[in-house]
Design a protein. Structure first.
Length: 129
């Protein structure tokens, strides 16, 4: 009889430890997903500040869409999916930001070339006088 009680107690301890372990994993995954979503939101915000809305709107929209999907997955407690989508949103937002910067630099370069051409024409005009 005492041996059965010991086995039951041992089984109860194992079940409790297993339940705590699973609960800890869920909390960790939820926390990790939350951190990844926060990073995604920050990356999107920085992309918007970098004028991605004007210079890379489709890329920014993709990032925002993935972040929305991540939030939906998180609400369903699909933490792994939420984390993966949030990471993708971050990468897409960084791409949008980089593309926006490249477009901005391209426009500045085109303006400089135009200004140089104008200046060159003016110098030629003045040298012929």
């Amino acid at each position: 009889m005492e041996r059965k009680n010991y086995q039951a107690l041992h089984l109860l301890i194992l079940i409790t430890a297993f339940a705590l372990l699973l609960g800890g994993c869920a909390t960790t995954n939820g926390t990790l997903s939350t951190q990844k979503m926060a990073a995604g939101e920050k990356a999107i915000s920085e992309a918007k500040e970098g004028n991605a809305s004007a210079n890379a709107p489709s890329e920014l929209a993709v990032a925002e869409g993935k972040l929305t999907e991540a939030k939906e997955a998180f609400a369903k407690k699909e933490y792994e999916k939420a984390g993966a989508l949030a990471e993708q949103a971050s990468v897409d937002a960084e791409y949008a930001s980089t593309k926006a910067t490249a477009e901005k630099n391209k426009k500045a370069l085109e303006k400089m070339k135009k200004d140089n051409d104008t200046l060159r024409q003016e110098v030629e005009r003045l040298s012929k006088q």
